[in-house]
Design a protein around this ligand. Structure first.
Ligand code: ATP
Ligand code: MG
Ligand code: FE
Length: 338
């Protein structure tokens, strides 16, 4: 079965072709980072317009890589939510238009389900059940995953997402947008023990997180330092990153223990963070468990995870749907319950 996946929930236009026998056959991605950089964040209207410009050429590119004509598609999948309404509508309408024209079924996919299942695109592939840490720009959640479509929320952030904390702290440090990768790079040259930032909720009995105070703690330190020199900035970055990683690692271990699981998968943009990866692998291995990640390029938004999730959810294909809808706010555990 050949699936076309379309992702337009935020500021990446992603298109990919996934074949249930041959795997990923084509992948095309355009990031709008440069478009939004001077505004310091994603401008929804600009995002929608750019998705319109990019989607058809990227689809042609993915098909060309795969050496497949449009008529070879068996299923068309698009990100149905959560995300920016206007941006989601671009993907939904292109997918539905293609479906109508080709007489092929169209399915909407939950963006977080795409992230959540993306570690199954790497080898070795984790077996169910597993705990999943979803750390992206908009979400920080721990889930129990018993199978495709069987997700239970174990805990989540009560305020900022981990990626959001990285981005906001990066802005405080004068790094560009999105700042997560830039902050991680700066942290490599810093001393993580120089500033003792709090580890919010690390000892709480639940599996929830809180990251907004951490950004404020960095701001307070910055003010004390006036104009920090290069070393102080690197030390601030390293100390901030260590605090986030400490909390994420501790809560992952707690989730595995509480659920009696020994497999952890990590998904979402912050899953690309080298320090988090290293620390998680070590900590989980020490407990006799194993950690699984998506291929690095598939940590952030992409079309491959959407095509792949659709192939897993609809192994026997799907029925065509004429109407389409988007869900800008959409809870995954609730969506899975139907
Ligand atoms: P969501 O999936 O919740 O809707 P999103 O799609 O914007 O949010 P992703 O694309 O999964 O999020 O991830 C982007 C986030 O990951 C950004 O906040 C970015 O700063 C962060 N990020 C990417 N690489 C790194 C890294 N190496 N270290 C830390 N953070 C990173
Ligand atoms: Mg993005
Ligand atoms: Fe995402």
């Amino acid at each position: 079965m050949l699936v076309l996946g379309i992702e337009t929930s935020c500021d990446e236009t992603g298109v990919a072709l996934y074949d249930s026998v041959g795997g990923l056959l084509g992948e095309a991605l355009h990031s709008q980072v440069d478009l939004h950089a001077r505004y310091g964040g994603v401008v929804p209207e600009l995002a929608s317009r750019d998705h319109i410009r990019r989607l058809i050429p990227l689809t042609q590119d993915a098909l060309r890589q795969a050496g497949k004509p449009l008529s070879a598609l068996d299923l068309i999948a698009y990100t149905q939510g959560p995300g920016l309404a206007g941006a989601l509508l671009v993907g939904a309408s292109v997918a539905s238009g293609l479906g109508l024209a080709l007489g092929k079924p169209v399915v909407g996919i939950h963006h977080l389900e795409g992230h959540l299942l993306s570690p199954l695109l790497a080898e070795p592939r984790p077996e169910f059940p597993f705990a999943a840490l979803l750390v992206s720009g908009g979400h920080t959640q721990l889930m129990r995953v018993d199978g495709v479509g069987r997700y239970a929320l174990l805990g989540e952030t009560v305020d900022d997402a981990a990626g959001e904390a990285f981005d906001k702290t990066a802005t405080l440090l004068g790094l560009g947008y999105p700042g997560g990768p830039a902050l991680a790079k700066l942290a490599e040259k810093g001393d993580a023990r120089r500033f003792a930032f709090p580890r919010p909720m690390i000892g709480s009995a639940d599996l929830d997180f809180s990251f907004s105070g951490l950004k404020t703690a960095v701001l307070t330190r910055l003010r004390q330092h006036g104009e920090p020199d290069a070393q102080a900035r690197a030390d601030l970055a390293a100390s901030f990153q260590a605090a986030v990683v400490d909390v994420l690692v501790a809560k992952c271990l707690a989730a595995l223990a509480r659920e009696g699981l020994d497999r952890l998968v990590v998904a979402g943009g912050v899953g690309a963070n080298a320090s988090l990866r290293e620390r998680l692998v070590q900590a989980v291995r020490d407990k006799g468990g194993e950690v699984f990640f998506p291929p690095l390029r598939l940590c952030t938004d992409n079309g491959a995870m959407i095509a792949f999730a659709a192939a897993l959810k609809h192994p026997a294909g799907a029925r065509g749907a004429e109407a389409f809808a988007v869900h800008p706010r959409w809870d995954l555990a609730e969506a899975a319950r139907g």
